[in-house]
Design a protein around this ligand. Structure first.
Ligand code: NAD
Ligand code: LMR
Length: 338
């Protein structure tokens, strides 16, 4: 059986048992921040992914318990926990995909940019280690503010001489997950069939869902589209407020992060037509980084896809988001090169 048929067929016990002896490539995935609110369920979901052969779980606190717990699950991957800065190199060595949910989350009343002061330094340190120990890994950046942490990572890699724009991704999959859920609720279509591209960035108005391109098509009024757009843009805040000081989205983010990492692995394994939205180096607009649909392949980004036809409402949203996104990108670059 081809890799494609293995990875796209519905899972079954028989199919899963087959993995050990069949030619599914060895793939190491490292999670940095693995014991956190996102890190724990994300590590669980990566342990369930049959494309993973080695799962490295790194955090500066509580790693041994999480790693021991996850390691008892009877799926393909070998799990190893790494608990201190001294072990970071070993956690990263040989990684094909590195997922970064390390850093502090928002509390009510904060913007994602309010996290910059703490998370910028965390991300910078982790990316320096990635440049040293696994310069060819695909990096899935979850830590906020994504609009700045991705440019920080790019600058760190440039300084180290390892930057490859095809291998650096800001994870915006949660925006897509939300847009699909909210759209299905209004359009009265099966949620599993829904597709909605979400472009721009990952904060407030920089999140631009393109409901004019949503499928299955539905005849929604302008008022409903405006409300769906706002709910998608404020989805993170909705969760932050509901958690009332106990953090931000973790479970839905773990799901979204697992979807994106799985897409990266499928691309690496040569599965054709793997397309996800992501915040990447881009020439789609005049901004150096921008989220749009990207085709994933053996080298990471195979192709950054354009925006397609936009409604007048979306064209307006696109122009409105550019100044904020530009300044968040510049803030990240300035921090990293100082
Ligand atoms: P959390 O506080 O529950 O977990 C963060 C984890 O990171 C902790 O276990 C902590 O020990 C660890 N950590 C801190 N510094 C580290 C370092 N130098 N190396 C390794 N690990 C380190 O937070 P959370 O809820 O998991 O959120 C993590 C980040 O993800 C936040 O910045 C949050 O804003 C962001 N986030 C992004 C999205 C997105 O869509 N991209 C969605 C939700 C949350
Ligand atoms: C989200 O969209 O849920 C995350 O970016 C976390 C947050 O702070 O909103």
């Amino acid at each position: 059986r081809s890799i494609k048929s293995l990875t796209t067929s519905p899972s079954s016990h028989i199919l899963r048992r087959g993995y050990a002896s069949e030619a599914v490539p060895e793939r190491k995935v490292t999670v940095l921040g693995a014991a956190g609110g996102i890190g724990q369920p994300l590590s669980l979901l990566m342990k369930l992914n049959p494309l993973v052969s080695n799962l490295a779980l790194y955090d500066i606190a509580n790693t041994p318990g999480v790693a021991a717990d996850v390691s008892h699950i009877n799926t393909r991957s070998e799990v190893v926990g790494y608990a201190s800065d001294a072990e970071l190199g070993k956690a990263l060595e040989g990684a094909d995909v590195v997922i970064i949910p390390a850093g502090v989350p928002r509390k009510p009343g904060m913007t994602r940019d309010d996290l910059f002061n703490i998370n910028a330094g965390i991300v910078k340190g982790l990316c320096e280690a990635i440049a040293k120990h696994c310069p060819n890994a695909l990096v899935n950046m979850i830590s906020n503010p994504v609009n700045s942490t991705v440019p920080i990572a790019a600058e760190v890699f440039k300084k180290a001489g390892t930057y490859d724009p095809k291998r650096l991704f800001g994870v915006t999959t949660l925006d897509v997950v939300r847009a699909k859920t909210f759209y299905a609720g209004k359009a009265m279509v099966p949620v599993a069939e829904v597709n909605v591209p979400v472009v721009g960035g990952h904060a407030g108005i920089t999140i631009l869902p393109l409901f004019s391109q949503a499928t299955p098509k539905a005849n929604l009024s302008d008022e409903v589209i405006t409300a769906l757009t706002k709910r998608t843009q404020d989805g993170g805040t909705e969760v932050v407020e509901a958690k009332a000081g106990k953090g931000s989205a973790t479970l839905s983010m773990a799901y979204a992060g697992a979807i994106f990492a799985d897409a990266c692995l499928k691309g690496l394994n040569g599965v054709p037509d793997v397309i996800e939205c992501s915040f990447v180096q881009s020439t789609v607009t005049e901004l150096p980084f921008f989220a749009s649909r990207v085709r994933l392949g053996k080298n990471g980004v195979e192709e950054v896809l354009g925006l397609g036809p936009l409604s007048d409402f979306e064209k307006e949203g696109l122009e409105k988001l550019k100044p904020e996104l530009k300044s968040s990108i510049e803030k990240g670059i300035k921090f990293a090169i100082q």
